[in-house]
Design a protein around this ligand. Structure first.
Ligand SMILES: N[C@@H](CCC(=O)N[C@@H](CS)C(=O)NCC(=O)O)C(=O)O
Length: 202
């Protein structure tokens, strides 16, 4: 199994999932500007959209899109509890969170990273993200993790995306339950290892 990644971006979530699952894998660094991988391969041959993550599950089977990749990983290691069993009510709840994170939070951040985005538009996007954070805050004030008591792939994804707040001038002190959640997740050995492997921690 091979994960195509860039440091600190959304590919960190499946990277954490792989370590939580205890599956054997290799990493291949992608330069999303040149669209080349560290071994000099044309990344557009792997993912025609040019973005990370991409995941070679087995020779000839490449998956793209973070939520699909993370569910594949979780289902390869059901004992890890990273995702509830397919078809269960909790699995649909997980998918609901994954979709919320991908469409409302992950893609809510994207315009804030665009260099030419006018300041007025950025303020509007930040307000919308703040409303989404309010929703997550209410939930995490009552639960340690998105699905309740145990860590899932949705938590890895929420951890990674909320971690971008400081880069775009969003102060997370306004959401204490999210801050506490981030500390809880960051203290997990798999998260420490993944961050260290991506050069985000010493
Ligand atoms: N829909 C994709 C979006 C992935 C995405 O936004 N990747 C970003 C990093 S977080 C990226 O590689 N951006 C560089 C680019 O688009 O060229 C997914 O959920 O996997």
């Amino acid at each position: 199994m091979k994960l195509y990644f860039s440091p600190g971006v959304c590919s960190l979530a499946p990277h954490i999932a792989l370590r939580e699952a205890g599956l054997p894998f290799t990493l291949e660094l992608v330069d999303t500007n040149t669209r080349l991988t560290a071994s000099g391969a044309d990344y557009l041959e792997v993912n025609p959209n040019g973005y990370v993550p991409a995941f070679e599950a087995e020779p000839g089977f490449v998956l793209t899109e973070g939520p699909a990749i993370m569910q594949y990983i979780a289902d390869r290691a059901p004992e890890s509890g990273l995702a509830p069993p397919p078809g269960s009510a909790q699995r649909y709840r997980l998918q609901s969170w994954l979709n919320f994170i991908t469409s409302e939070i992950h893609k809510g951040f994207s315009p804030l990273f665009k260099p030419g985005m006018p300041a007025e538009a950025k303020t509007m996007f930040k307000e919308q993200l703040a409303q989404r954070f309010d929703h997550v805050e209410k939930h995490l004030a009552r639960h340690d993790y998105l699905l309740g008591n145990s860590f899932s792939i949705a938590d890895a994804y929420l951890f990674v995306t909320t971690g971008w707040s400081g880069f775009v001038g969003i102060d997370l002190n306004r959401w204490p339950a999210i801050l506490a959640f981030r500390e809880r997740v960051q203290s997990r050995p798999s998260v420490q290892e993944a961050m260290r492997a991506e050069g985000l921690l010493k």
